[in-house]
Design a protein around this ligand. Sequence first.
Ligand code: SF4
Length: 165
Amino acid sequence: MFTIDDITGTLINYYATCRREAWLYARHIHADQSDDAITMGRVLADIRDKGQDFPFSHLHFDKLEKRGGHYLITEHKKTMSNPEAAKAQLLFYMYLLRTGLKLKKIDGKVISGKTVIFVEGSDEVFEELETMLAELVRFVQTPSPPPYEKTKWCKGCAYKSYCEG
Ligand code: SF4
């Protein structure tokens, strides 16, 4: 059974972008493996995983630093087509670090090219995230995915062969 511990940053990103994509991914239905973005993502993940023995090495962010008693994590993205999804993904990593390491305060930053998005780790946003995580667990357990609806994300989506006829 899918539980909160099965949630990953990638799933959060998909959930914030397209519910159908999130459902397919959570059910281990694989995206088009020849897709360039997928291949690049897998290579980067392999390199990172081999180079780290940090207990949170499955979290794909790039830097964790301490600034005046606060922690700041930074993630560099090659591209950022959906800033809201990137924010949600980083917030999830911040949440895991905050709860796992019992940090009082942690903020985050996503950088893609010249775009820098600051993600504040307030109690309110972490409460909202917890609500979203519970919703996500219920959502993944629904027996079938939401129907296909064309959106601006479909063009670059590796799952489009599951949607567009
Ligand atoms: S092709 Fe569109 S509807 Fe289908 S999973 Fe991708 S983004 Fe979602």
